[in-house]
Design a binder for this molecule. Structure first.
Ligand code: HEC
Length: 265
């Protein structure tokens, strides 16, 4: 008998019924969850509907919020919070119910693994929640995400300078040529001589997050005005038959492997 057969029409398994107290607790939890969903819906906050309401924001204000938030929740979460904290005030739901702090794990290219930098990752979460997913026909969400990755890779980072920097030291800029945290931070550390744990490196990353939040809001404002045009020109999977970034030689040297092509019978 599979699990489905064991469920009654309330979605409570027979096993839970037998446990008794468990069923009561599960029933109460279900009822409470249903109530939450209803109240979110009543407030116009269905979690399955796109686009999420957006009102134009000031990029510089957003970047300042992001810079300060970095020192609390780090890059990805700071970018998300810098936009959503303002929309929580201006719009309300669904932003009020959105648990932005859940995305702290984006730090260090996801829990310190140096993969995608949290700043573009956070920006892409925001863009796709506001515009909607590609599978729902929202191509602009996909394009803004791709543009963010390319912009991030090509920009002299950090672009943004906060009004009152927490670090008096001048922060030099570097071009990462990659959206990867490992490479972005690594190139900056090599050029500046500052260690990962230094206050300067931290301030650099806070400013990178702020720069990304600034750029994201510019994209979103353009989209809201109906004048957003994609600037990106790179689609690795189409050009090379493999997902990836454009800086093939950085990692492969002169011998860039070729991906197997579709076998023709
Ligand atoms: C961030 C580093 C990095 C970048 C950038 C990168 N690659 Fe790779 N790629 C690797 C690593 C590591 C592997 C697995 C080990 C290997 O085979 O070299 C790999 C594997 C591959 C493979 C699978 C076949 C094989 O020989 O392993 C292909 C094909 C490939 N890369 C093509 C590309 C192309 C084309 C680009 C640029 C459009 C690119 N790569 C950019 C690191 C990278």
């Amino acid at each position: 008998m599979d699990q489905k057969d064991e469920m009654d029409d309330k979605g409570v398994s027979r096993r839970q019924m037998l446990i008794g107290t468990g069923a009561v607790a599960a029933g109460a939890a279900l009822a409470q969850f249903g109530g939450l969903l209803k109240s979110a819906e009543a407030a116009g906050g269905s979690t399955e509907k796109w686009p999420w309401p957006y009102e134009k924001l000031d990029p510089a204000v957003t970047a300042e919020i992001c810079y300060n938030e970095w020192y609390r929740v780090f890059c990805g979460c700071a970018v998300i919070n810098s936009v959503f904290s303002q929309l929580r005030e201006k719009v309300g739901e669904p932003y009020k119910s959105f648990p932005s702090d859940a995305f702290v794990f984006l730090e260090g290219g996801q829990v310190g693994w140096g993969t995608i930098c949290g700043s573009p990752a956070g920006a892409n979460i925001v863009a796709n929640l506001i515009i909607g997913p590609r599978i729902a026909g929202a191509t602009a969400g996909h394009e803004i995400s791709a543009d963010t990755m390319q912009w991030y890779s090509e920009a002299k980072m950090p672009v943004f300078t906060p009004k009152t920097p927490k670090q008096p030291t001048a922060i030099i800029t570097t071009v990462s040529d990659s959206p990867l945290c490992h490479i972005s931070v690594g190139k900056w550390m090599k050029a500046s001589g500052f260690a990962l744990a230094s206050p300067e490196r931290k301030d650099r990353c806070a400013r990178v997050a702020a720069s990304t939040a600034y750029q994201l809001v510019e994209y979103l404002n353009d989209w809201k005005d109906g004048k957003y045009k994609s600037t990106g020109d790179f689609t690795c999977s189409k050009e090379f038959g493999i997902t990836g970034q454009y800086n093939c030689n950085d990692c492969h040297g002169d011998k860039v492997p070729e991906a197997p092509q579709v076998k023709k019978s």
